[in-house]
Design a protein around this ligand. Structure first.
Ligand code: SF4
Ligand code: SF4
Length: 97
């Protein structure tokens, strides 16, 4: 391949394009979900790890409480929150549709 050939030509993307942040708040990804996270509020220590690592910003603190909850419209059920929770307060359960 010569230096002048574009290796990304077949991909139909603009090299170096920057995607706007927070696009996951535009797309409701909840309909993709096979599993959903369930928090044990008694066990949650409100550390915020699930919020930090959730790719869809679906984990948020519950106002006035010491635990977190999920906005299931945006949760795609990836299970990252369950993996990162330091106190095992989250269980992924199969979605019933
Ligand atoms: S399952 Fe994935 S998308 Fe849903 S709240 Fe947890 S980290 Fe976010
Ligand atoms: S990671 Fe676990 S303990 Fe921390 S806020 Fe989320 S559910 Fe609570």
């Amino acid at each position: 391949m010569s230096q002048s050939e574009d290796p990304y030509e077949d991909l139909k993307i603009t090299t170096g394009a920057v995607v706007e942040p927070n696009t996951s708040r535009v797309n409701k990804t909840g309909s993709w979900r096979q599993f959903k996270p369930v928090i044990d509020a008694e066990t949650c220590i409100a550390c915020g790890q699930c919020d930090t690592f959730c790719p869809d910003q679906a984990a948020k603190p519950v106002e006035g409480e010491d635990f977190y909850a999920f906005d299931l419209d945006y949760c795609k059920g990836c299970g990252i929150c369950e993996e990162v929770c330091p106190v095992d307060a989250i269980d992924m359960i199969r979605e019933v549709k």
